[in-house]
Design a protein. Sequence first.
Length: 255
Amino acid sequence: MAFIPPPPEAGPVVSAALTDTSVKVNSSFRGARIVLYGAIYDPRARPSDVVVIVRGPEQPLRIARKTKAAGVVWVNSRPVVFQGAPGFFMTASSRPLDQIAGFGALRRLGAGIDHLAINAPEEQQEETRYGIRDMVVSRLGTDYLDWRRGVVRLKQNAGLYAADPQGVKFVDQGLFRAEIDLPSGAPTGAYTAEIVLFQDGQPVSRRMRGLTVEKVGLERELYLLAHRRPWLYGLASVMIALAAGWAASAVFRRN
């Protein structure tokens, strides 16, 4: 990583680089760890904190709540669709976020799971391609917070949302490192790593770095086939299922 310090009159600057900018996903993928290295240049050598925010591609998320029907049977409620939720979200910081900056600064940056923007569009009935009507909400009052907590809980349980208050380590004066752990279920697509330098509770310098997670090999070919020619993918799946069923029945008849 090459870092050219700015002229002495310049303000504090943060610079960073990723050890890998592309992650290949195949059938043996069990997750990946990417290291971010960075440096701080500040002519005045003031106390500084660093926050790293990693976001994956946005994905609509459909969730349902268990409710009792007729007071006896538990059934799923009508699904609620949330838009704008990143498929992966992680923050790493040199200290706990609430010790680095105030609520307003963290909210503006979307730093931390509590400040993550998860959009709920205007209330409407949306017809899906499967003919199922989903409830899209915007004004659920206090229920919105319950639904949002459900979204976050599902992502955290899958290892897709995380926060590490000591995830940024200063290895020398002005030099730091952080680790980004991608689980095996990390979605494919373009990721961004935002590195923010804080001083006196305010962001004073920011850098963006890109990361790509993509399928390779047979998994990529099947993925492309399913999205570009879904009718052919569906037909092939049906034929394979029929062939497997016929083979299984032939074995059982022979026995």
